[in-house]
Design a protein around this ligand. Sequence first.
Ligand code: AMP
Length: 545
Amino acid sequence: MKYSELAQLYEKLGATTKKLEKRDILAEFYKKASDLSIIVKLSQGIIGVDFGVAKQMMKDVIKKAYGASDSEIIHKFKETGDLGKVAEYFTSHRKQRTLQHHELSVRKVYENLMKLPSLTGQGSVERKVDLIAELLSNASSSEARYIVRTVIGDLRVGVAEGIIRDAIAKAFNQESKDVERAYDFLGDYGEVAERASKGKIKAEIEIGKPVRVMLAERSKGLKEALEKFENPALELKYDGFRLSIHKEGKDVWLYSRRNENVTKQFPELVEFARSNIKAKECIIEGEVLAVDKHGRSLPFQRLSRRVQRKYHIEKMSIEIPIQMNFFDIIYLNGKNMMHEKLSVRWHALKKIIKQVKEKFQLAEHIETKNLKQAEKFYAYSLKKGQEGLIIKNLDAFYQPGKRVGYWLKVKPILEPLDLVIVGGEWGEGKRTKWLGSLLLACKGKGKFLETAKMGSGLTEKQLEEMTRKLKSLIIEEHGNHVIIKPKIVIEVGYEEIQRSPKYPTGYALRFPRLLRLREQEKTADDVNTLHDIEKLFNQQKKVRS
Ligand code: AMP
């Protein structure tokens, strides 16, 4: 299929704000599309892939593809605030098109783009620039606009995951809920669409393919959480990193909560999985922690160094030992365990794990409705440096990808909030090269709503690191204010939530401070909601009165 047809699709999608219209436009397109899987992935702008191309690099691409000068590019960018439009402008004002100009196919664009993430190290910048510039030099002006926007992860056509799901359902006569279920097991709408187009939507778990994980809801308190379920189980809420382990014979895969393959980063877990799981095939879940040599858990930041590490992994596994705590099983020897109650799953999990104390073990788990006992367990968790408890309904099935209230988290109130960075201000004086204060937002009313400004409290090293991460996400600059693409999620502590007309939420955080970056575990979609903030505000009133 020609890329120009996809560019026309983007135009149509961008021209309406109505979700149903967008769904219908997409469904029609999917019906007649060749390269369906690629088209579906591109129609949302290839999410979940980091091309490693910052704004500055994109300016270099534009320079190379069109022979434009820095000042021309900066001028056009200031005017439009959209590098896609900048590329479009230079395409239409191009003096001459390359002699061997080829019409772009969807496949060619996709292939060039998918080469980008794996390019690292020496010479990789030039190769990235070349790959994108090659596309731009063959592109028409509207094609150029969308290629650039896809690479910088800001397609601006307003297509969310739900619209893709409904469009696939409509195009191939399926129920939306079946499409979503298939997505739960395949983690990729491109593959789901392929199967739907062949009428084979009945997806099942496949070992080695990441499954969307079940999520927890917040609870008001321990007492309320215990009362919710007839048969509650209480587990420590470990302050670590969620991992799913897939095992098939000697083959082992590890996936993060966001479905990234992190097998290489934890070789010792792969070994443990081979020798200490007594099952031929299974998918089990737990939380991995970084620990010191006495088995005490270490701050999350230490663990994140292991997750990010791509080289010298063996050395790292000695420097930062880990501990795995299992809490669920969703597949066992050919059987999907999601449809079993937690009580059955927990029993099955216990049977297959050969525990190694402090290294490869079951999560600490008690079953009681007694508040006194629960309180003791809660205090024990906090004393151990964990986050609190998760109270689980032993009679509930596993619900992938959902927060349905079968797992309730209980953490101390005035618990930190997960917020996304949406803006900032360049510092003053000695700090002009850093983004000194950051604007933070929660989710609400279908968008991100600002609710706090986090200024002081960052060390110079943190400021530098944060600025480096945020620079490539800057969408617009007005004087010393910048608007930032909502991507980086941070955990924020604060003294108090106050009512405030200054923010669209109506609430402000007093003394917000950075606790940690959560970019490996959470996407902007996972941040706290306005509803959470309202709830915390009300709880805080109760506690203080
Ligand atoms: P939150 O990230 O605050 O939404 O809390 C849910 C997360 O807690 C899960 O995704 C897990 O990573 C983590 N967690 C820690 N301990 C447990 C446990 N015993 N059961 C389930 N999730 C746990």
